[in-house]
Write a protein that binds this ligand. Structure first.
Ligand SMILES: Nc1nc2c(c(=O)[nH]1)N[C@H]1C(S)=C(S)[C@@H](COP(=O)(O)OP(=O)(O)OC[C@H]3O[C@@H](n4cnc5c(=O)[nH]c(N)nc54)[C@H](O)[C@@H]3O)O[C@H]1N2
Ligand SMILES: Nc1nc2c(c(=O)[nH]1)N[C@H]1C(S)=C(S)[C@@H](COP(=O)(O)OP(=O)(O)OC[C@H]3O[C@@H](n4cnc5c(=O)[nH]c(N)nc54)[C@H](O)[C@@H]3O)O[C@H]1N2
Ligand SMILES: [Mo]
Length: 776
């Protein structure tokens, strides 16, 4: 931060802090919270405006609660989860009950009956990071837990890319940067776009939002941007993009049509393919129709993609011979057969021969989150150790309902046949499965099968409402921490501005007291207070700064500062650049050492839904008479996932309290739907209400409803209640991307829509359950 700005903040009583949506500062004034973005941030994120209203909102959890049915009848499968009421209890009682239950499961069925994957984004801050806390606790005090692997973000690419490109982080984080886009790229072809709403967010925080500026600079020097996807808003105005409004989930076909054109016209970079890839000849035979009689040409791709053949041909010609970069957003692989566009994107980039050149090649996920396309820090960050997990078992993260519904059944994952464990206790801290998982009615059924669900939450999310034991945790701004992210230079002293809400406690303190009940307090805390942990975690960063001969003040000085700028590494293009320069000496970490257009490994797995090279496996997420629209359930603009949905910034973007869905006016007219109406979206899995905005900036036949509105069932006693608020995950289907990766497919589904003319049910998602209100 600039010295003058820092002085201004300090003089005004603003205290530095950080969040996933940006570094900021905050103060309490006249009982109100005020926030200010980091002074050096050229393009601050409005999401920080959720804090002032959220911090003391009634949706916060004020005290420990136990579900009545669990309290009265003890642990066991129970359909009343999410339908029962809660009994407020003291911290002593809650922790005694939970300590006893953890012992019962650990000593009876073993730690392999505890699911502690606890997926979720939690909050920024290196110490209070809830996943680190819960995992350390379960390791140290319970002997371990069944974990989850991969993420909802990139479940299919995280499995695929090591086979075909080698290093996932090398592709996403040390490859094409925003600096290179601004200076070198001549054409950016972005499948799924690079929406600024998405790159406004980074796990751990970001001090400068640079994406808009980089696109503006690139466009200003004549770089062309082409957006492929159903929504025009997926690239900002500054990119001056041309919009190809394609059919969702058709990108693989479009890419094949482009590559077929390149090959037919001799525009592909044969020398690059020969030197840096394996399997091109096999793929080329498939592409040209020699193996299945169907050339994957532009005319073939046109009806599948909704893009006219001549446009596909023209696009191929425009790309050839230029410093071209192919961007594929995470969203493309969060769909059935999501591996295919990620793999085919690499093949397209390889055929253009630009991989490894500045501003060229394959920028998978660039723009999806603010930690892609940036420089890495040159010193290590404070890191809280999670200890050793005594349980080896895991599930691919998005298979949670399958695990709970089908214990003992087998499934395929990454070439293995695995078996779902029998889980008795599920423990969540820092995530919201009723936000992130698909087919929420199925998830409710899954959660009814276990003995006990424990949740630490700062607010009454649907996950908390389905729990047996709910423990209220503090929110950032109520505790001290260190903010950092490996791709942002600012190390931030996150000082609290307000006392914890109600009886809320830090996850760390909760786990320390629980560990005591399991005989493991000392092992969990190592005798340190929170402040002592922060000092301890800060030390390796300080030592690394000192070793570089840089100013390396002690913790006390850091704590009183407005943050330190850490040194960063060069923007050197990473291992794809060195591979290009020296393919024999610096091979990729794939089996062949090259880019794998054909993968022997994947072919050997024998999965019909993920063969040995990119393949068009037929259309998925296809509308039919019962569900004639494709629903795009993408990331929300005004919040991170479900976090602080009750905050003012999120609330202001709703209409009549409902989440806003967008649809094309011509589609709406067929149903007598007008702008601002309330609609019911439904399919065989469920139904929700939403408000409608009409826009021509969406492909016809597509309806968009972002994720993140809190699940709000009108009548929780029903098996498939209407969500009155607009959570699209009551509609999405709970299947994996393929037997290879088993990733999340929540981005797309198909739905029907109708105008909702009934009495509008109230939104109760932000009202605490009855007993909680009475107890306050
Ligand atoms: N349909 C559909 N579904 C999707 C997606 C999609 O595209 N479409 N996208 C998916 C993606 S990419 C992701 S990453 C997931 C995100 O899913 P999640 O990461 O589970 O979503 P969040 O809302 O960030 O959940 C974090 C929770 O942690 C709580 N929390 C915050 N700080 C703390 C803390 O300090 N301690 C504790 N104990 N709790 C805390 C918050 O209140 C919040 O409830 O959603 C996925 N779901
Ligand atoms: N404001 C905000 N930013 C966020 C998040 C958030 O919750 N809020 N979440 C963060 C997280 S955890 C992640 S993983 C990233 C997610 O990054 P992404 O998954 O890339 O983000 P989405 O917004 O879900 O999808 C981007 C766009 O892809 C388009 N799209 C959907 N399906 C298709 C398709 O089949 N083909 C094509 N060509 N386009 C398609 C949609 O129009 C959508 O707007 O975002 C991060 N950024
Ligand atoms: Mo994500």
């Amino acid at each position: 931060m600039d010295q003058d700005d820092a002085r201004r903040d300090a003089a005004d009583g603003f205290i530095p802090h950080s969040s996933h949506w940006g570094v900021f500062s905050a103060r309490m004034k006249d009982g109100r919270v005020e926030v200010r973005p980091h002074a050096a941030d050229p393009d601050p994120n409005g999401i920080i405006e959720n804090f002032p209203t959220a911090l003391r909102h009634r949706a916060r959890i004020a005290q420990p609660m136990v579900r009545r049915g669990w309290l009265e009848n003890g642990p066991g499968p129970d359909k009343r989860r999410g339908r029962d009421d809660f009994v407020p209890v003291s911290w002593e009682k809650a922790l005694d009950l939970l300590g006893g239950e953890l012992k019962r499961v650990r000593d009876g069925a073993g730690p392999g009956a505890i699911f502690g994957g606890s997926y979720g984004w939690a909050s920024a801050g290196r110490f209070h990071h809830a996943q680190s806390q819960i995992h350390r606790f379960l390791n140290v005090a319970c002997g371990g837990y069944v974990k989850s692997v991969n993420s909802y973000s990139s479940g299919s690419s995280q499995v695929l890319i090591p086979h075909i490109i080698g290093d996932y982080e090398g592709l996403t984080k040390r490859n094409v940067s925003w600096e290179q886009i601004a200076e070198h790229s001549e054409i950016v072809l972005a499948f799924g776009g690079m929406a600024l709403k998405n790159s406004m967010v980074a796990g751990g925080g970001v001090s400068r939002h640079v994406e808009r500026g980089a696109m503006e600079r690139a466009a200003g020097r004549g770089c062309e941007f082409v957006l492929v996807g159903p929504l025009k808003a997926d690239l900002p105005d500054e990119a001056k993009a041309e919009w190809v409004a394609s059919i969702p989930a058709s990108d693989t076909a479009l890419m094949m049509g482009i590559v077929h054109t390149l090959v037919s016209e001799g525009l592909h970079d044969r020398a690059f393919l020969d030197r840096y890839t394996v399997g091109w000849p096999v793929f080329e035979r498939y592409l040209m129709g020699k193996t299945d009689g169907q050339p994957k040409d532009a005319a073939w791709a046109a009806p599948l993609t909704g893009v006219p053949a001549d446009e596909i041909v023209a696009l191929a010609r425009r790309l050839a011979g230029k410093r071209a970069v192919i961007v594929v957003s995470h969203s493309l692989q969060r769909a059935e057969h999501g591996e295919q566009p990620v793999w085919m994107g690499m093949v397209l980039a390889a055929a253009l021969g630009q991989i490894g050149l500045p501003g060229g090649g394959y920028a998978y996920a660039l723009g999806a989150i603010a930690y892609y396309g940036r420089r890495f820090n040159a010193v290590p960050l404070p890191t809280f150790s999670q200890g050793r997990n005594g349980v080896a078992d895991y599930i691919p993260v998005a298979r949670i309902s399958d695990m709970l519904l089908k214990p003992g059944e087998s499934y395929r994952y990454n070439g293995q046949t695995r078996t779902y464990p029998a889980i008795k206790l599920v423990y969540w801290a820092g995530g919201n499965p009723f936000h992130h998982h698909q087919d929420l009615n199925r998830l409710r059924e899954a959660f009814s099968r276990i003995d006990t669900l424990v949740v630490h939450e700062l607010a009454w999310t649907a996950t908390a409402r389905h729990a047996d034991i709910v423990l209220p945790c503090t929110m950032t701004l109520e505790r001290e921490d260190i903010g950092a992210n490996s791709n942002d230079p600012l190390l931030v002293p996150m000082r609290p501005i307000v006392e914890p809400y109600g009886q809320a406690r830090d996850d760390y303190d909760i786990f320390a007291d629980l560990a005591e009940r399991l005989g493991a307090r000392e092992a969990f805390t190592e005798g340190r207070s929170t402040r002592q942990w922060l000092e301890h975690l800060y030390e390796p960063t300080r030592a690394a700064l000192a070793a570089k001969g840089l100013p390396a003040p002690g913790f006390a000085a850091f704590w009183e500062s407005d943050g330190y700028e850490l040194p960063q590494q060069e923007d050197d293009g990473g291992n794809l650049r060195t591979f290009r320069q020296d393919p024999e000496g610096k091979p990729l970490p794939t089996p062949s050492g090259k880019l794998e257009i054909f993968s022997e490994t994947i072919a050997s797995f024998g999965e019909a839904d993920c063969p040995g090279h990119p393949t068009w496996l037929g259309p998925v997420h296809v509308p039919d008479a019962a569900a004639p629209y494709v629903l795009v359930a993408n990331q929300p603009r005004t919040r991170l996932h479900s976090q602080l949905d009750f905050g003012g910034h999120s609330d202001a973007a709703k209409h009549r309290g409902r989440e806003v869905a967008r649809m094309h006016p011509q589609d709406a007219a067929r149903h007598g739907i007008a702008d601002g109406d309330i609609v019911r979206l439904f399919n065989e899995r469920g139904a929700c209400l939403a408000a409608v905005r009409l826009t021509e900036d969406i492909r016809q036949g597509v309806i968009q409803l972002p994720t993140g509105a809190w699940y709000d069932p009108a009548d929780p006693s029903e098996d498939k209640p209407l969500c009155v608020h607009g959570n699209p995950n009551v509609l999405t289907k709970d299947v994996g991307t393929s037997a290879l990766a088993q990733g999340c497919t929540g981005q797309l589904t198909t739905v029907q829509v109708e105008r909702f003319d009934g009495n509008l049910p109230p939104i109760l998602a932000f009202e605490p359950p009855g007993a909680a209100m009475a107890a306050e």
